[in-house]
Design a binder for this molecule. Sequence first.
Ligand code: HEM
Length: 445
Amino acid sequence: MIQLREPTGPKGHWLAGNLPEFRRDRLDFLVRCARDFGDMVKIRLAHRRVYLANHPDLIEEIFVTHSKHFIKHFALRLNPVLLGKGLLTSEADFWLRQRRLIQPVFARNRITQYGPAMVAATERAIGEWKPGEARDIHAEMMRLTLAIAAKTLFNAEVGTDALAVAQAMEVMQSHFLQRFNSLMPLPMWIPTLANLRARRAVKQLDAVLFRIIRERRESKADQGDLLSLLLHARDEGDGAGMTDHQLRDEAMTLFLAGHETTALVLSWSWYLLAQHPQAEQKLCDELDEVLAGRTPTVDDWSRLKFTEMIALEAMRLYPPAYVIGREAITDCAIGGYSVPRGTTVLMPQWVVQRDPRFFDEPERFRPERWGEERIKSLPKFAYFPFGGGPRVCIGQQFAMMELVLILATIAQKFRFRLQRSATVTPLPTFTLRPVPGIPGMIETR
Ligand code: HEM
């Protein structure tokens, strides 16, 4: 019989374990653990046993080979009322049925119909920009992807519903963080001030979503948006569709999973481009060659290769989901390590995607690396900004198309300069946010 190993890791406080260090500087802590203890590290966050998997082979085992031994980790269950049983949080047969229902909605040939709405929203946004003007490019990108999410998901214009939804989402994010960082989060039913605020936010969100769903069912009109597609989706086996509650959970999930992640990749792309004039020039050259001044369309997506490489490289250095977690539901073995039932396993993109074993000059922004032959020999899970295995991001193609079209539409007309005194730091909340935003100046090309 093969003797299974137990990973080692940093010593922690007798009660809180490694939670204080983890809370203090999460990214640095993850990097130090990998450097000091290797590919599989054992830590403790309060009462939770946590392993850090820092090698693509281990990640492949967790995502693919042994995916049946794992469910999503505890953090995604911290606020069950927000996402309900949507795709991101549901499990087992229920998840599989929903995934099968929703997957066709995100087929490449179907999502391309949203390209024109993405470009139109971008042109509307930059129509308000004036050269020489100071703007926080992160706030701009958040506004833009919010408008696109509202349009493509609900055929709604920003201003009313979408803004209310975004504000409520903000409350939920800070509520999540507070619970994630606490030693013993109190159950949601205890009426603490934070729980009450969160409940109010969810109520607000529900009111908007259930109203949109009701109106849509009553009108029976196909608005051509994602919600219409979800409403008409039918199970191949029993022909059943989704209930209002399922629709609400899925719509909320798509809205939450889709808009901030995409905005972050764009924000970090502008941040990196502003510091790398050569890459910026190469981008402009490609746009001149492919578009020659005309507005980009979905057909240009496959030709805008360098534009896409910029997004890929920005996601390598600043992955919006900087760590992905799972929880073992049975005792199992990963890479010769024993993983007891109940263990949380974290797979940090922040660490693996900057590992010099897999990427030359890993700290450097070098979009060209994605065009090189060598990248083809990259281990599959050395780069996983969209996760992997059965639970891989359903919106991956949607996001890639959005990223390329927005980058191309904006970079054709404008470039972005960082404010000299600005110090931007990646803050690991639920996602990796630039703090305090990305202040700078808009210039014409
Ligand atoms: C650049 C943008 C995006 C990034 C980096 C991203 C990243 C991810 C990651 C890492 C996961 C896997 C989480 C896990 O395994 O625990 C995921 C899942 C998911 N994403 Fe995305 N995402 C992006 C855009 C989108 C968009 C645009 C949508 C929808 C419109 C979307 C919807 C989802 C859904 C529903 C899931 C759950 C899938 C399942 O478990 O079956 N994402 N995403």
